[in-house]
Design a protein around this ligand. Structure first.
Ligand SMILES: *[C@@H]1O[C@H](CO)[C@@H](O)[C@H](O)[C@H]1NC(C)=O
Ligand SMILES: *[C@@H]1O[C@H](CO)[C@@H](O)[C@H](O)[C@H]1NC(C)=O
Ligand SMILES: *[C@@H]1O[C@H](CO)[C@@H](O)[C@H](O)[C@H]1NC(C)=O
Ligand SMILES: *[C@@H]1O[C@H](CO)[C@@H](O)[C@H](O)[C@H]1NC(C)=O
Ligand SMILES: *[C@@H]1O[C@H](CO)[C@@H](O)[C@H](O)[C@H]1NC(C)=O
Ligand SMILES: *[C@@H]1O[C@H](CO)[C@@H](O)[C@H](O)[C@H]1NC(C)=O
Ligand SMILES: *[C@@H]1O[C@H](CO)[C@@H](O)[C@H](O)[C@H]1NC(C)=O
Length: 813
């Protein structure tokens, strides 16, 4: 069990490793007499030697990437993280560890291979007393020592990573136009397909390009504080974004306000623009913001004058007053031709239709009028017959558009309002808001209808297949019971030994319930986590085979992926994908890290877990009860997508089976439903109960532990219920959720959680209902009854409150 347990040890290990490496680096400096953070013409840096910035944050040196044997010179974070942020010779790798970095007497920094051939250089010259220094910001600067005259800096030559203080800049006067380019792959830093640049439109916008002609994304528009099109880039109390601009120049950069935080922007190989955050000295990077988030962020996905909605699936609609240019293509789901006006404008008698909460269209052909009020802006647009729409863009001013409106999407929260000019016949008698609401509502209704149709269709198919499936499930189940015919890749023990460095202590991530867990890397570079069954563990063998046979058949983005297993001699190993962000409990219960979980992130996590659980309960080929759902069993990937793990205690039900009774109660106090903890009865509804507890924990940032053994009902559930009854339930929210959240949605979420933890299991909703209630605004919610929170554990001997995270087993009631 406990794939996730290994993460517990990880924090301390990282720290230890860090100190060890720090000590080691210090020793290297002494031995090699290295120059610290500076370099002068008398010194050179050979492969194996480094420059370390004064605070130890960054290091300049030679390295190889991934599976490649090529050597590169560049800058990476100090040990142990070593994430590379800049590469000097990204297009001309060295073939062996023989490179040397020299600074010539007149100030040229050159990288030579062993035959003295110049692989890369700064191309600077004619300097007196040149000095190279690696600053703690990660900037490598070349100065004229005497005058401190800056000759060259790595910040002016970006790759795929943007660090605090670095700029994304366009200046038409000086012709500076900085471009970030993605890597080809994680082991090849040469320029890949994607690049991002800033454009000086009416409002500055950052575009992501694929090649040099195809716009694939638009991070914008800038509204004076952040990018309105990317709600995640709103300012945070740990960092701020800046983008001063005028008609000649625009410069995007960001600053860190909190020293314990590291932040970088990354343009990935697949063209995504991520803001990554790390709390020192923790190893895991968290994607704090990311673009694109969904299909609607793909540039102009709905064509000109189309609007994209991403509630369930991609949905394109035409703006009001517009209709598809090629209706047949549009019906077939090809929206590239976009929409055209139904009624031509008549200059003198037009009106405006207000479309709320959207990402404003591409401002390439728009005009900015500073210092104008909404009324003045409308006036301006009305007076000019070519003006087709206007908007007030945050703190920047009035923007007017001519021609097509391209790349509009709807947001559920935030966004700006756009006023679209329409012929009076398109506006009808009533004006303004009412009509806009109708549009939004009709969009919602049409996407809802689509969704329901889909659900019905699936259900029909499901019913049709059900009979056949049942037999199938059972027979597969039996076959597995005999332990053969597993459709699971088998790893050979040598591969695992190589990947984990022969199960070395350094690779050990922690100790799980049935044995240690190791981190490893396969030859192709893929990172894995290996669970190794301790020899002679009978209990373990049971859980091992259970977990293996179960999870091998499951595939869902919210379940941890089993890559294979290894059974050789005495060895029993399970090989999983490695998730670097550890488990959910390390985020929600940690003050620093929870600051990166705003309301939207928390909701995404809740929905992810709900979908994973729904899959287990009914959408997979089996019906599975997890029985030990809790925060430490939810792993998080780089983008904080949740993945349910640990199937050691899960049970397969027959499709029509409702519940089962066991005299081996396994699970975790605090998460167990009353009927399970006390009666050993488990069903999908006991998982629903655990889910409800988890939701409250995610929202409150508090554990559902018993605060006081004597006073039985003061766990989180009891506390939250009291606040709910008193109408103060927003008070349970974690402080770091901030205050910019939609109150009604949070209330809805809390209410769903209470419905899940009701005492009577028959009153609790199924996961299907939970997912629907969480993702639609319109579903009416019943009033929850009192939760089953006073669970007196039946056979509690040890002090469970001090260690309530532990999965316990109680046998023979
Ligand atoms: C590079 O520096 C090393 C050590 O200072 C020196 O031996 C070597 O000749 C230099 N190479 C060139 C091409 O300047
Ligand atoms: C150094 O680079 C030159 C030019 O790329 C190449 O011809 C030569 O073989 C390289 N030397 C080594 C030892 O790699
Ligand atoms: C969509 O329609 C356009 C123009 O009619 C055509 O060029 C394009 O290939 C179509 N795309 C797809 C995916 O069919
Ligand atoms: C515009 O509308 C007004 C009133 O409906 C009408 O009198 C006028 O002729 C129209 N102008 C054009 C150019 O269609
Ligand atoms: C801006 O105008 C140019 C020239 O008319 C056109 O090719 C381009 O598609 C327009 N861009 C947008 C975003 O409307
Ligand atoms: C906008 O108004 C402010 C204060 O009234 C003024 O200081 C500023 O110069 C104006 N900006 C422009 C572009 O007119
Ligand atoms: C109307 O708007 C267009 C585009 O913004 C601009 O070029 C033109 O000068 C404006 N005309 C008047 C009369 O302001």
């Amino acid at each position: 069990m406990r794939l996730s347990k290994y993460h517990e040890a990880k924090g301390e290990m990282a720290l230890l490793e860090w100190f060890l490496l720090l000590g080691f680096s210090a020793a290297t400096i002494l031995v090699h007499g290295q120059p610290g953070d500076t370099m002068t013409p008398t010194k050179s840096i050979a492969d194996g030697q480094t420059l370390i910035s004064s605070g130890g944050t960054f290091e300049l040196g030679f390295f190889s990437l991934g599976v490649s044997k090529n050597r590169y010179l560049g800058i990476h974070y100090g040990a142990p993280d070593k994430t590379v942020v800049w590469v000097a010779n990204r297009i001309s790798p060295l073939s062996g560890a023989t490179g040397v970095l020299n600074l010539t007497g007149d100030g040229n920094l050159v990288l030579l291979n062993s035959t003295g051939y110049i692989i890369w250089s700064t191309g600077t010259s004619n300097a007196n007393n040149p000095v190279v220094q690696l600053l703690d910001s990660g900037n490598l600067v070349l100065n004229e020592g005497t005058s401190n005259n800056l000759l060259w800096q790595s910040f002016d030559h970006p790759g795929d990573t943007m660090l605090p203080g670095m700029k994304l800049e366009r200046n038409l006067r000086t012709n500076v136009d900085s471009t970030y380019t993605s890597w080809k792959s994680s082991s090849d830093p040469s320029p890949g397909e994607y690049s991002c640049k800033i454009h000086i439109n009416a409002v500055p916008e950052i575009f992501i390009w694929r090649g040099s002609v195809q716009k694939v994304g638009r991070i914008g528009p800038w509204n004076g504080r952040g990018f309105a099109g990317v709600p995640d880039t709103k300012p945070h109390n740990s960092f701020t974004y800046n983008l001063p601009s005028n008609e000649y120049e625009a410069t995007y950069s960001f600053q860190i306000l909190d020293n314990s935080i590291l932040y970088r922007n990354l343009l990935t190989e697949t063209g995504a623009f991520q803001g990554l955050v790390r709390v020192k000295p923790n190893l895991a990077w968290v994607a704090y913001s990311r673009f694109p988030k969904d299909q609607c962020d793909k540039y102009a996905i709905c064509g000109a004058n189309g609007v994209c909605t991403a509630s369930y699936t991609l949905a394109c609609d035409c703006l009001r007053g517009f209709s598809p240019k090629s209706p047949q293509n549009w019906r077939l789901g090809n929206n590239s031709d976009g929409c055209v006006r139904r009624t031509a404008l008549n200059c003198s008698s037009d009106g405006f239709f207000e479309l709320q909460q959207i990402k404003l269209p591409d401002t390439s052909n728009a005009t900015l009028h500073s210092n104008k009020s909404l009324e003045e802006c409308e006036d301006l647009c009305l007076k000019n017959c070519t003006c087709g729409a206007y908007a007030i863009n945050g703190g920047i001013g009035c923007v007017t558009w001519t021609g097509n409106l391209v790349d509009i999407r709807l947001f559920t929260d935030g966004g700006e309002n756009l006023y679209i000019r329409l012929a009076s016949s398109e506006l009808g008698q009533t004006r303004g808001n009412y009509r806009k609401k109708k549009l939004v509502i009709s969009i919602i209704i049409s996407s809802l209808a689509g969704f329901l149709l889909l659900v019905c269709g699936i259900q029909l198919l499901w019913k049709k297949n059900r009979k056949r499936k049942q037999g199938e499930t059972l027979s597969t189940h039996y076959r597995e019971g005999r332990g053969n015919e597993l459709e699971l890749p088998l790893f050979d023990i040598h591969t695992i030994r190589t990947a984990t460095n022969n199960f070395s202590e350094d690779n050990k991530l922690g100790e799980g319930g049935f044995g240690p867990v190791y981190k490893g890397q396969l030859e192709d570079g893929e990172k894995i986590a290996v669970k190794r069954l301790s020899k002679g563990s009978v209990q373990g063998i049971h859980e091992f085979t259970n977990e293996m046979s179960l999870i091998a058949k499951l595939q869902h983005r919210n379940l941890v992926r089993l890559l294979g297993c290894c059974i050789e001699g005495e060895e029993r190993l399970l090989v999983y994908e490695y998730l670097q962000n550890t488990s959910l409990d390390h985020f929600i219960f940690d003050r620093k890290r929870s600051a990166f979980l705003d309301w939207q992130k928390r909701l995404d996590i809740i929905l992810g877990v709900a979908r994973g659980l729904l899959y287990l309960h009914q959408d997979s080929r089996l019906k599975i009860i997890h029985r030990d759902l809790k925060a430490s069993n939810i792993l998080l990937d780089e983008e904080l997508n949740p993945k349910i793990s640990d199937f050691g205690t899960a049970r397969i039900f027959k499709m029509d089976q409702i519940e089962e009774n066991t005299n081996r109660v396994v699970g975790t106090y605090g998460y167990m439903s009353p009927e399970y903890a006390m009666g050993g009865i488990f069903s999908v509804k006991s998982d629903v109960f655990s889910f409800g507890v988890l939701v409250l924990e995610i929202l409150s940032g508090k554990k559902n532990r018993m605060i006081d053994q004597a006073e039985a009902c003061v766990n989180l559930l009891g506390h939250a219920w009291r606040l709910w009854m008193e109408g103060r339930c927003l008070e349970i929210l974690d402080e770091s959720v901030g205050c910019a959240y939609p109150e009604s949605k949070i209330l809805r979420c809390i209410q769903v959680a209470f419905l899940c933890v009701q005492e009577g299991s028959e009153n609790r909703p199924t996961m299907t209902e939970v997912v629907l209630m969480l993702s639609t605004e319109s579903a009416l919610l019943p009033q929850p009854e009192r939760p089953g929170f006073c669970i007196a554990p039946p056979l509690m001997e040890r002090d469970l409150s001090s260690n309530n995270n532990l999965t316990v087993t109680i046998e023979g009631r």
